[in-house]
Design a protein around this ligand. Structure first.
Ligand code: NIG
Length: 382
């Protein structure tokens, strides 16, 4: 079965050869893109949809979320807005609620947030464990995550739970917990930050995960300068996420590496941190991704459009840079950029149609819900 989507006013392909097309068309065959080009040259297909001049982008690729949680932290957020600083300690509140929740409750929270994201144009999504912090609870979180997310990351090293000495907990994470969870995940992550895990502990977790064959990601430089970026680059992590406090040598290290700098602007706004210096990263040649960091503590939004709008209005990224970072950049951070975050023949047919003539409207009309239609793997899901 083939479907011709025509009347595309502006088509962002993220493909070096195809570039950005006007008055374009695209053919979907099964779950893949079969053809892309000018509408006037489009081949016949079994079905046809006319988008009447609307803009089409690859679906958002949200490469950083924490959706396996229970409970609510509205009060903590309200206190923060009244001036109380954000600390990593709030994670423990969610850990308590997550451990107490049934598997059914956890699954419904993940499912609800994935649905919410898809309705806003997200077609590929990563999520993490990290609110269980016992072998049993981390394993349960990984299994629930795997039912809903495209990619799952083990974040047993999110916080040292109450009652544990840090080094003993790191031994648990690197041993029994990793053994149990590794078969259910593709990635491992560590929160390398004052108040969470120091450089040596983070290195131990990442090296143990690498020995298990997992890809690496790092939460780094979120609440202050630190070793996270340097460590991520040294160990060849696929991404280092947050990057709010970077030194010039962190920027140089990222620019000279294959590690993606994943920026989480909704989190920085919600925790009253400065926004990351995207311009320094891009100008130095680093690969930048934008992600939502959807979680109940530091960033309770699934809106990638909000992140893109913020990146353009407040971080001096161009619309093209921000859209690319939220699509191709996220795909690169997850090492799936050959088939996701791009619209060219052979790519997965993940399309985000805006109710607007161009992607510029994402920043020009901030806060306006612009998602008109979404195709995920060739199936219209909105
Ligand atoms: O990415 N930085 C660590 N983890 C989350 C915070 C989660 C929370 O506060 O519950 C983050 O911001």
């Amino acid at each position: 079965m083939t479907m011709l989507i025509t009347g595309i006013g502006e088509l962002t392909t993220n493909d070096d050869e195809l570039g950005e097309l006007r008055d374009a068309a695209l053919v979907i065959e099964g779950d893949r893109v079969a053809w892309v080009g000018p509408a006037a040259l489009a081949p016949d297909a079994d079905h046809r949809v006319d988008l009447e001049g609307r803009a089409v982008l690859p679906g958002w690729v949200d490469s950083h979320t924490h959706l396996v949680f229970a409970g609510d932290r509205t009060e903590e957020f309200a206190e923060r807005m009244a001036g109380k600083p954000y600390t990593a300690g709030g994670i423990a509140i969610t850990v308590g609620a997550t451990r107490a929740a049934s598997g059914h409750e956890l699954a419904s929270v993940v499912g609800k947030h994935v649905d919410e994201a898809v309705r806003q144009g997200t077609t590929y999504l990563e999520t993490k464990t990290g609110y269980g912090l016992t072998t049993e609870d981390e394993l349960r979180s990984a299994k629930v995550a795997g039912r809903y997310a495209d990619e799952v990351t083990f974040l047993g090293a999110h916080l040292v739970p109450d009652g544990w000495a840090a080094d003993e907990y790191v031994d648990l994470v690197c041993g029994e917990m990793l053994d149990a969870v590794a078969p259910h995940v593709r990635w491992a992550d560590v929160f390398c930050e004052t108040g969470a895990f120091d450089e040596d502990q983070s290195r131990a977790v990442l090296e143990a995960a690498r020995r298990k064959g997992l890809g690496l990601r790092v939460h780094g430089n979120q609440l202050g300068p630190g070793p996270g970026v340097r460590l991520a680059v040294e160990l060849g992590a696929a991404s280092v996420d947050h990057c709010t406090y970077l030194t010039p040598s962190d920027v140089d290290a990222l620019a000279g590496s294959g590690t993606v700098a994943t920026l989480l602007p909704a989190c920085d706004l919600s925790t009253r941190q400065p926004l990351p210096d995207a311009r320094a990263l891009l100008d130095a040649g680093a690969t930048v991704a934008l992600a939502s960091n959807c979680n109940p503590g530091s960033s309770y939004t699934s809106s990638m459009a909000y992140c893109v709008t913020t990146a353009v209005l407040q971080m001096r990224m161009s619309v093209a840079e921000a859209v690319r970072a939220a699509t191709w950049g996220g795909a690169r951070a997850l090492r799936v950029e050959d088939t996701v975050g791009v619209l060219c023949p052979g790519a997965r047919a993940d399309l985000h149609v805006l109710d607007a003539p161009s992607a510029t409207h994402l920043a020009y009309r901030p806060g306006v819900p612009l998602t008109h239609a979404v195709w995920r793997a060739g199936v219209r899901v909105r």
